[in-house]
Design a protein. Structure first.
Length: 84
C-alpha cells in the first residue's frame, strides 16, 4: 500500500487514491526528478502535474533534483551522451 511504501522511506509511491496508474506515470515522475538540478527542489505538485493519472495515481514528498553538470564539455557532449 501507498502508506507503507512512504513510511518505509520512499520519496514517491503509486496510487494513494487506490486507482490503476498508467505505466508511464513512474517514468514521467522520474524524468522530472533526474532533469532537475541537484540544488533545486522538486515540488510534488510540479512533478505530478505532468503524469497521466495525476494526484490519485501518484503521491510523495518534495525532494532534491538529481541532475549534475560536468565540466569540461567533450566531443561526446555533456555527460558523454552525445547531447550538447
Amino acid at each position: 500500500f501507498y502508506e507503507a511504501i512512504m513510511e518505509a522511506g520512499a520519496n514517491f509511491a503509486s496510487s494513494p487514491g487506490r486507482v490503476l496508474i498508467h505505466c508511464l506515470d513512474p517514468v514521467l515522475l522520474a524524468e522530472r526528478v533526474v532533469n532537475t538540478p541537484i540544488e533545486d527542489m522538486v515540488r510534488i505538485e510540479d512533478a505530478i502535474e505532468n503524469t497521466i493519472t495525476k494526484r490519485p495515481g501518484l503521491g510523495g514528498i518534495q525532494t532534491r533534483g538529481k541532475m549534475r553538470a560536468s565540466m569540461p564539455r567533450t566531443d561526446m557532449g555533456l555527460f558523454g551522451t552525445g547531447v550538447s
